[in-house]
Design a protein around this ligand. Sequence first.
Ligand code: NAD
Ligand code: MG
Length: 397
Amino acid sequence: MAIQRVAILGSTGSIGVSTLDVIRAHPDRFQVVALTAGRQVERLAEQCLEFKPLIAVVTDAVGASRLSDLLREQHCTTGVLYGPEALVSAVLNSDCDTVMAAIVGAAGLAPTLAAAKAGKRVLLANKESLVMAGDLFMQAMKLGGGELLPIDSEHNAIFQCLPADFTSAPQASFGVEELWLTASGGPFRNTPLADLAMITPDQACAHPNWVMGRKISVDSATMMNKGLEVIEALWLFGLPLEKIKVVIHPQSVVHSMVRYRDGSVIAQMGQPDMRTPIAYGLAWPERIDAGVAQLNLTQLSALNFAEPDLERFPCLNMAFTAARAGGTAPTVLNAANEIAVAAFLDQGLPYLQIPAIVEQTLDQIQVSPATSIEHLLEIDAQARQLAGKLVTQVSSR
Ligand code: NAD
Ligand code: MG
């Protein structure tokens, strides 16, 4: 078996670290050829010393010089680059076969798109790039001819529950009627609505079942995460919006389901541990040890399912509206959400202002067709600027 050469975009994050954990256990199968991080230079240096990639990328020149110093001290020959273009070079010049796309937010779009066009196996965790530019991204994947494997646990579950050639034969329905995305409901599923106004970033990031980066943790609390995942599912599986359902499942054991015409519902279950979908994506179509504890059904007290409450979770509703509107609406939704969540985490924007900012931004930017990446990047910038202005207005009140 030829060794698989892996580039990890966002290697210092929650998904990146879990990916390296799976890779570490299988040195006979995988070799790390590129690692990239935002600002966590020390952590990236440790990863380079352990995995010895050809290329490492950080955001800016200061970080790059610090990383070079740390690596030189230890006689590590990894080449250090910085900036957004260097992320694309890490994908194109490291001679990788597989790219783990695990940068958070729209910053992940360009290198993920480059991986798609270059025909790499793309392990997609960065859902924001699909929400922002789903149609163009799927076209790029098709042109490149590589494999796209969903890493988001729900989409990975659905991928596992669908027939093997479901996505390559779009004309055939295979009797699939609906996709059911499960959602834990986050930390505020039962919090009295009146208390939501005072939620702090640490409360929002304390997810009951999953340990994740801070942005996706806040998205899980507002359920914008599930909204983004509905849009992600539209592109990944090519089904109309009315066939994609969200169901609250607080235990996060059933990762998602597919309902078939004959009455069958196929579910994928497991521990809430991202190493399972990561190992699945890395080794597909084979299965390898992911280092995950076994699921013990007899120790589960119950599996509950309920309808989501759209009044409690207006972000989920807005995502459905943006998905229905199509064109640039999901791009605007995603950009405004990134700005509002960052302001909540770093600048004290009140929690309930997150949906308010997203809603106002969506209201003020007219939907147009998603014609090119350049056009989407313009709309993304416009939405960020407007959402930023709205945040400033709230803060100065
Ligand atoms: P994280 O915040 O823990 O890590 C993000 C990574 O991206 C880090 O390595 C960071 O240094 C890098 N990064 C951030 N901004 C950057 C920038 N501007 N330029 C270059 N690099 C940058 O996030 P995470 O929880 O690992 O999530 C990563 C992606 O995976 C997100 O899109 C998220 O929605 C998705 N995802 C995560 C989980 C999970 O369990 N954590 C599950 C499903 C999907
Ligand atoms: Mg998910």
